[in-house]
Design a protein around this ligand. Structure first.
Ligand code: HEM
Length: 252
């Protein structure tokens, strides 16, 4: 059946589902960063209202958030498997789309996979503690003293994903629609240099967001990018600008 051929299912079908799932995931990431975290902070001392909001709103939002991340990851990997093997093509341009495209999609995918790992291994792992604590307190139980620290770890990872999202989408969408044109003639060596520098910067940011460069306390100055959503927006913009300029220098 033609519908099941690589082009229909792989090139278009999974691409469409991938975009829908990605919108759900990143849309909720933006909701958490731009709306929920500032709104919940505004509850201030109204502990009960805050716990109800965590229990009834955040719980539902987190369900869609973490499963949309899985759906995006799975459909993204299905595109690579069905259309072509990006990692085989990578930088040798057997894809025929130029090493600019191959390095861009590889950077986009590595950042997005790291973001999915953050969702499950940091954000969800810690939010489970926050959710359980809110439900327990609402039922009349004692507050868990470990809950604020867990919430803080989840917040740092969430703001790091917010920061990554702008560059991730730039390279993910730009692979086929920006980096395949004037960038197609870049050399393989330069594409590798670009990839390695981009991933090194990504790794440093990730290590910092985990608190491995001086802890997770607000006194750690290195955590400035995560102390407000405005700081995260600025950091995300600077990261995007830096990577784009680097790509112009190395691939353009
Ligand atoms: C989680 C890991 C992810 C993987 C492995 C992945 C993989 C891919 C691949 C292989 C492509 C095709 C690119 C090309 O042919 O040039 C693609 C395109 C795309 N991805 Fe992702 N992706 C991931 C996450 C995301 C996320 C979080 C979003 C957020 C919305 C997203 C949105 C898109 C969009 C909009 C396209 C462009 C489709 C097009 O222009 O044809 N992806 N992705």
């Amino acid at each position: 059946m033609e519908l099941l051929t690589r082009d229909y299912l792989g090139n278009f079908g999974f691409r469409y589902l991938h975009t829908v799932a990605g919108i759900c995931w990143i849309g909720l990431l933006y909701y958490f960063n731009l709306v929920q975290v500032p709104a919940f902070a505004a509850f201030g001392d109204e502990g009960k209202a805050r716990n109800i909001a965590i229990d009834k709103v955040a719980r539902r939002a987190l369900w869609w958030f973490r499963w949309a991340a899985i759906a995006t990851l799975v459909t993204g990997i299905l595109i690579t498997g069905l259309v072509k093997n990006y990692f085989k093509d990578f930088m040798t341009d057997t894809s025929g789309q130029g090493v600019g495209h191959d390095s861009a999609i590889s950077i986009g995918m590595v950042i997005a996979i790291l973001m999915a790992a953050n969702v499950w291994m940091i954000i969800w792992k810690n939010q489970k503690i926050v959710l359980a604590n809110a439900a327990n307190v609402l039922a009349g139980g004692e507050a868990n003293p470990a809950a604020p620290a867990a919430g803080r770890k989840a917040l740092l990872a969430s703001r790091q994903n917010f920061i990554f999202s702008f560059s991730m989408l730039f390279f993910m969408v730009g692979a086929a629609h920006f980096y395949n044109g004037a960038f197609a003639g870049a050399t393989s060596g330069n594409a590798w240099t670009f990839f390695i520098i981009a991933i090194a910067i990504t790794a440093i940011l990730q290590i910092n967001a985990l608190g491995l460069l001086g802890g997770t306390a607000a006194t750690n100055k290195l955590l400035w990018p995560y102390e407000s959503h405005k700081n995260a927006l600025i950091t995300g913009g600077v990261l995007l600008l830096g990577l784009w300029i680097l790509s112009e220098i190395l691939l353009g």
